[in-house]
Design a protein around this ligand. Structure first.
Ligand code: COD
Ligand code: ATP
Length: 701
């Protein structure tokens, strides 16, 4: 557990993370909050303190960049440093690697020094999202302002020219990504901030204790105590090996399926099992046990250890790791009576029928609604030898998934069309108390009915706009798998051996983030006990990192990225995606459409086929429109898109600033399914092969 996390858990007052794009108005908002009685700790200020003359921070910077970064009095020449940092991402990374740990320690010290009776604390930093720490606070508040306003403020405040001001703006994540993490957004575009700040303050003061306990509370009592787990690790590593792991899983799940008003499936289940893993160099030994006793676990550990010929390890006491949960839960599905779940399904079916009747009487042919929840508690005890010394940890997590799926079939004469929508998050039953249910059902109905009037799609090679509502299936399937380290190591990925190389257009950044609140691929840790992270896979077109499990990270000689996931205790973890997305760009999505002379606008994608080795794909378009002269002409039916993921990444010419819709799914790989989500902003692909049945248009490419 980091010192900052520890400090946050213990703080007897609420702690807010405040962030926002450069010059959005964080300092301005902080000043208003200070008037309301909050303590403000500013990371930029702390960043200055850790490089004062005589500090180890300044010495480390000089060692890395030379004495040329010093001004006359031996102080840091900030302008020179800014020139280095904001013009070259490699320099920025080096500076951050030196300063961020120092900044974090000092922030913790400042928190510790505060009296217990302060009203609350605001930690103001531009980079909470980039650092993957947006989810550690009692609340994350984001100050947002349009880029034009920020640019103007920045140039006025700091006397920068346009180019230097833009360099600073682009050194940070785009606004739409920050908003995904926000508990509260303050729109600082000229309107009065005081009233919304005051409301946010009132709300937080009333609820911060509950918020904190949901974020940090360990799951239900562990089935084995730490001493038992340590004894099993000792047995496992009793004859050599350099990594031992116990994965204890308890899961309860419920599923309902209704077809045309008949409740056809009702299923509930409970599993309890343990996976034991021993790694010795390149060798892995694994066993899984259903509902074992402590003695049975010990026996299995001895059996796994038996082939070894090394010496016994002395396992230290397990150090508990408490990690913040990105998806605090309000209402556990296991505590919801079955009739309430049945009512939800009935309600969804009723809404679908009523909506279809209102839109097009008599068109509805079938409604199928599925409900599912899963409550998985895991305890991961592991011991590892690093540089000859053993360390052992115990990590706990509780992942709760809820999902509602709606499938609508509409017909006109012989023509049948379907509409599908799913509402699924890492969230409790409260997910279904929102208007989201109605929105989801309405959308499924709209898709089915609208498709009845669609015209056959043209065939040819056209520019295609994938709108943000289309979800990120293409990014996940045709690019994301190639970024998984096991495929890269096996040489079966288009990205194999390309670390540090240009693999995509300059404006392309791809991120996999397991800390996104309530997204389907989020959890506190992976299935090897590593904290979930925000992993930048491709940054400005350059391949930065693969998704790593412990095993692949060892082979590549890098740190694991928190992506070692498994379907359940019967499987060995492998590198998997979580919530994968193409980072938003700067463009207005409407402007991208306006400039499309002739092509396809895709608003929803359906299933498809992908070769994850080459990234070649064929996807169905479930909602698409033919566009001419920048104007949407008519919906098209039965279109398919054919292309190659890595080629699309190189060819993308325009990227919108919107990023709001995450598609959900269960990603299958090596026989294991894990929950994931994916997204993209509106993008323009200049040439995709559109398959359709209409008279072919002459291709415009
Ligand atoms: C490069 C430095 C010397 C420039 O100093 P200068 O006085 O000109 O700017 P200042 O520190 O006031 O920062 C201005 C704004 O730039 C942005 N910024 C600063 N560092 C970074 C960074 N590493 N990445 C992206 N944006 C940054 C922030 O929005 C910040 O508020 C300074 O920003 C620095 O030391 N940065 C590295 C440390 C860091 O990451 N600080 C941010 C802590 S959240
Ligand atoms: N609502 C507002 N009304 C008037 N001026 C504002 C408002 N919000 C911000 N400003 C001005 O805009 C400039 C940028 O705001 P501020 O310094 O608060 O941004 P910031 O988010 O803290 O920036 P940085 O990322 O550089 O730390 C400042 O000069 C500030 O006074």
């Amino acid at each position: 557990m980091t010192t900052l996390n520890k400090r946050l858990v213990e703080a007897p007052y609420p702690v807010v993370g405040l962030t926002g794009g450069i010059a959005a108005g964080k300092t301005y908002a902080s000043k208003r909050l200070k008037v309301l009685g909050w303590e403000i700790i500013n990371a930029d200020q702390v960043a200055r303190e850790v490089v004062e003359p005589g500090t180890p921070g300044l010495a480390a910077l000089v060692q890395a960049f030379g004495a040329g970064i010093l001004g006359e009095a031996g102080t840091l020449d900030r302008e020179k440093m800014a020139g280095l940092v904001f013009s070259d991402p490699a320099n920025r990374e080096r500076v951050e690697a030196i300063l961020h740990p120092l900044i974090e320690t000092r922030l913790s010290d400042k928190l510790r020094a505060l009296p217990a009776d302060v009203k609350g604390v605001v930690l103001d930093a531009a980079l909470w999202v980039e650092r993957g720490q947006a989810h550690i606070f009692d609340a994350l508040w984001v100050v947002d302002a349009p880029e034009e306003i920020r640019l103007k403020r920045l140039m006025e405040r700091d006397g920068l020219d346009t180019a230097r001001a833009m360099d600073r703006i682009y050194a940070q994540s785009a606004g739409a990504e920050k908003l995904l993490h926000a508990d509260q957004v303050f729109h600082n575009d000229g309107r009065d901030l005081d009233e919304s700040l005051h409301r946010a303050e009132e709300n937080l003061l009333a609820h911060w204790k509950t918020a904190r306990s949901r974020k940090w509370r360990p799951p239900m009592a562990a089935p084995f105590d730490p001493a038992q787990l340590r004894a099993v690790l000792e047995a496992l590593l009793g004859r050599g090996g350099d990594y031992g792991e116990i994965f204890v899983e308890h899961r309860r799940a419920c599923g309902l399926g209704m077809d045309d008003g008949r409740m056809e499936d009702v299923a509930a289940g409970e599993t309890f099992g343990v996976g034991l893993r021993l790694m010795d160099g390149e060798t892995t030994r694994f066993a899984d046990l259903i509902a074992p006793t402590a003695e049975e676990l010990l026996d299995a550990a001895h059996t796994l250890a038996a082939p070894g010929a090394g010496v016994a390890a002395e396992i230290p006491e397990l150090v508990p790791q408490l990690l913040p949960k990105p998806s605090p839960i309000e209402r556990e599905p296991t505590a919801v009576p079955l009739p309430e779940k049945v009512d939800l399904v009935r309600r969804a079916e009723y809404i679908a029928r009523r909506r279809a009747e209102a839109l097009r009487p008599g068109a509805l042919r079938q409604v199928a609604v599925g409900y599912g929840d899963s409550t998985q508690s895991v305890w991961i005890a592991s011991a590892e030898r690093v540089d000859g010394a053993w360390s052992a940890t115990l990590t706990e997590d509780r992942r709760i998934q809820s999902v509602l799926r709606v499938n609508v079939t509409a017909g006109a004469g012989d023509l049948l069309q379907t509409g599908y929508q799913a509402l699924g998050q890492t969230r409790g039953f409260e997910l279904f108390h929102s208007q989201e249910v109605e929105r989801t059902v309405h959308e499924a109905v709209r898709l089915a009915i609208q498709a009845l009037d669609a015209q056959p799609a043209p065939a040819g090679t056209f520019p295609v706009i994938l709108s943000s509502s289309a979800g990120g299936t293409m990014i996940h399937e045709a690019c994301g798998h190639g970024l998984e380290a096991d495929l890269a190591l096996a040489g079966v990925s288009a990205f194999s051996g390309k670390l540090g190389q240009k693999v995509a257009a300059d404006s392309v950044t791809i991120i996999d983030d397991g800390t996104l609140p309530h997204k389907r691929g989020s959890s506190a840790c992976d299935d090897e006990g590593r904290a979930a992270q925000r992993v930048v896979l491709i940054e400005n077109g350059v391949l930065k990192s693969y998704l790593q499990s412990r095993k692949t990270a060892r082979r590549m000689g890098v740190e694991p990225t928190g992506n070692g996931r498994r379907e359940n205790y019967r499987h060995i973890p492998i590198p998997r995606m979580r919530n994968t997305f193409l980072a938003p760009g700067q463009e207005d999505p409407q402007a991208i459409l306006k400039d499309l002379d002739r092509g396809l606008l895709v608003k929803h994608m359906g299933g498809g086929q992908v070769d994850t080795v080459t990234g070649n794909f064929v996807f169905q378009v479930t909602e698409g429109y033919w566009v001419e002269g920048g104007v949407v002409r008519h919906p098209v039916r039965n279109a398919t898109l054919t292309g190659c993921g890595p080629t699309v990444l190189k060819e993308i010419t325009r990227i919108g600033r919107d990023l709001d819709h995450f598609d959900i799914g269960t990603c299958g790989k090596d026989g294991q399914g894990v929950p994931v989500s994916d997204a993209l902003p509106t993008i323009l692909c200049p040439a995709l092969v559109v398959g359709g049945t209409a008279e072919p248009f002459p291709s415009v490419i």
